[in-house]
Design a protein around this ligand. Structure first.
Ligand code: SAH
Length: 369
């Protein structure tokens, strides 16, 4: 089968918003402050407002003199995106937010509160170019990359919502971030890595969320996985494998035609070696497509060989997308699949599926407006 691979790494800034504070690292923001003719110490003061107090509106930064607020507002806080709507479910513990960026681009993030943590699922691109046939986002193609600030500001808004008690259960703290919303994070590599640094550095450079609580999920762009390993981050890598054999994976995850299973697992192993972290394998279980017992055995064997004990399989019951001919596997089939992967010495569990009735579950994030 021949597929054209829409692999545009770090495409040009088409539709990108103007520069925002959250696009800049410490050095960059100091340079920007100097360009404005302001004293250097203002740079960290502003960053503390944004990352520490989660304040994105310079008018509210009352520790700054009014003329400074105006100046930095124009130069470093262009409007990034506005809320189109919030939709809640799971007794208010899951909340999806639809955002509209400055150029009209729509994107989504989903906040999920659990007894012991609060996880935000964020988008790294508007749309996605990877064309996986079971994923709603994949059907619409890639609109554009998100800027670092557009990624980071999804986190700021959710952290503020948790702090302010906007999610059922009272005030709390945003603790976990997963790059499992719209887009392929490693196809927007530089901006995503910059966003990871902003998310995980302590204030004034970032929100101070533990790297161990951040998951970057990829279809398996092997060279980009290796590059990420060399960044010396300790974020968790999740690989959307979905089947252990190339024949089926070529259709489920079309980029497999370019980087087949063996290469993806090699890269995952390199990531595990460099980071010391377990790699997470995502497996959307699809009835009569990839749920056979022999596939479970093969999955367990291949993963055990490639990654030893440094791997965990997350089975995700397929969320049928509108018009899809595919469905989730029956529960007994799912249980047998999980049992057989575990039997190969590879830990395997079924992921809970939050947000189903608000189209906020895995692979359903195709903004409808
Ligand atoms: N592009 C990245 C991250 C976004 S999707 C990636 O592919 O990993 C996050 C996870 O949801 C991926 O494992 C993806 O395969 C899975 N997913 C997408 N559509 C789904 C669906 N309809 N049902 C279940 N899981 C789905």
């Amino acid at each position: 089968m021949t597929v054209s691979l829409p692999l545009v790494f770090d495409a040009p800034r088409r539709g990108m918003p103007p520069r925002h504070l959250a696009d800049l690292d410490a050095e960059g923001r100091r340079a920007a402050i100097e360009e404005l003719g302001l004293p250097k110490f203002r740079a960290d003061q502003i960053a503390r407002q944004y990352y520490g107090r989660l304040q994105a509106d310079p008018a509210q930064m009352t520790d700054l003199p009014a003329p400074v607020r105006e100046k930095i507002g124009e130069a470093l806080f262009p409007p990034l995106m506005s809320v189109v709507k919030h939709v809640a479910c799971d007794a208010g513990e899951t909340r999806k937010t639809l955002w509209r960026a400055g150029d009209g681009t729509l994107l989504e993030s989903v906040l999920m509160r659990y007894p012991d943590r609060a996880t935000l699922c964020i988008s790294s691109q508007a749309g996605c170019g990877m064309a996986c046939p079971f994923c709603a986002t994949g059907q619409g193609g890639l609109n554009r990359n998100l800027s670092t600030a557009e990624i980071v500001d999804q986190v700021r808004a959710a952290a503020a919502a948790m702090r302010d008690g906007e999610v059922a259960g009272g005030p709390g703290r945003l603790s976990n971030i997963v790059f499992m919303g719209m887009g392929e994070p490693l196809a927007n590599y530089k901006r995503v890595v910059a966003a990871v640094r902003r998310i995980t550095s302590p204030p004034p450079d970032g929100f101070g969320i533990s790297q161990r609580n951040v998951v970057v999920s990829t279809v398996g762009l092997a060279p980009a996985i290796r590059k990420l390993a060399d960044e010396d981050l300790s974020v968790t890598l999740a690989v959307s494998l979905h089947t252990p054999d190339d024949e089926l994976r070529d259709t489920l995850v079309p980029v497999n035609n370019r980087w087949p299973v063996a290469e993806v697992l090699d890269a995952a192993r390199y990531y595990a070696d460099k980071s010391g972290r377990r790699v997470s394998i995502e497996y959307a279980l699809i009835r009569d497509i990839n749920d056979q017992g022999w596939r479970a055995d093969m999955l367990g064997q291949k993963l055990h060989k490639a990654l030893g004990s440094r791997v965990h399989v997350n089975v995700i019951p397929l969320n049928p997308t509108p018009g899809s001919k595919w469905d989730a596997s029956p529960k007994p089939v799912e249980a047998e699949f999980v049992r057989r992967v575990n039997a190969q010495g590879v830990p395997c569990t079924v992921r809970d599926t939050r947000g189903q009735e608000i189209a906020a579950a895995c692979g359903q994030l195709a903004a409808e407006g």
